[in-house]
Design a protein around this ligand. Sequence first.
Ligand code: G3P
Ligand code: CA
Length: 269
Amino acid sequence: MTLTLNRLLPLLAASLALPLSATEIVGHRGASHDAPENSLSAMKEAWKQGADGAELDLWLSKDGRLVVMHDGTTKRIGGVDKKIVDQTWEELQKLDVGSWKDPKFTGERIPTLESIFDATPAGKKMVLEIKCGPEILPELAKVIKTSPLYPKQLVIISFNYEVMKQSKPLFPEVEHYLLAGYKKDKETGKLPELSEFVEKAKAAKLDGLDLNHGWPIDAAFVKGLKDQGLKLITWTVDDPEIAKRHVKAGVDAITTDRPAYLRENALGK
Ligand code: G3P
Ligand code: CA
């Protein structure tokens, strides 16, 4: 008995020294510090780095297919300065979306959402950011319906309030978070008001907000949201000091380009 206690106590002390946190780590565009953003490699890298979830961006092609990419054109990632919406899936599949990051990723293609779902381990979450309008929802519904993932493994986010309003009733079991940046309005010079987003999220029966790390996030801020029945995700946090502040404040999930680095340097696990 004594021996067991002697062995257990240091372990217990060590574990108590760790931040007591349920904050999840989400790979932003996958583990995009180490692999080409929004690629299958980036998603796999996120799982390898122990992320709890991975985020990606979605558009619709000219012929109505889901396209996993951040920008509205393929210039930065695929080297062709053309809007996604003006290209067919076949055209988009010709693009090399890996070599811009590093020659070792040469030949990587835009992944199907189905292939990303198939590579998502049990218990991990996929965070889907809708970059276009509600016209994407019927196709997304088809893919989600045949997905091997449980609704609780999916999260839908968007800056587009109309998208969120229409999406939540379509996928009621999937958590939805309204995105909000933290930049001064170009005309008024004013910073955005949290109350505006809280009211919108509540009116559309969303699950929470997904906020830029610039918002003044502390325990009172998070409690204020929880009191309104809203959860909180933050983005994009690569600085361990900011991540530690968010963990301490009780943020539900942090989105980062560097899941393993943040886990080791901010969460101590
Ligand atoms: O996870 C939210 C974040 O991705 C929103 O910004 O520009 O990286 O899509 P952006
Ligand atoms: Ca995004």
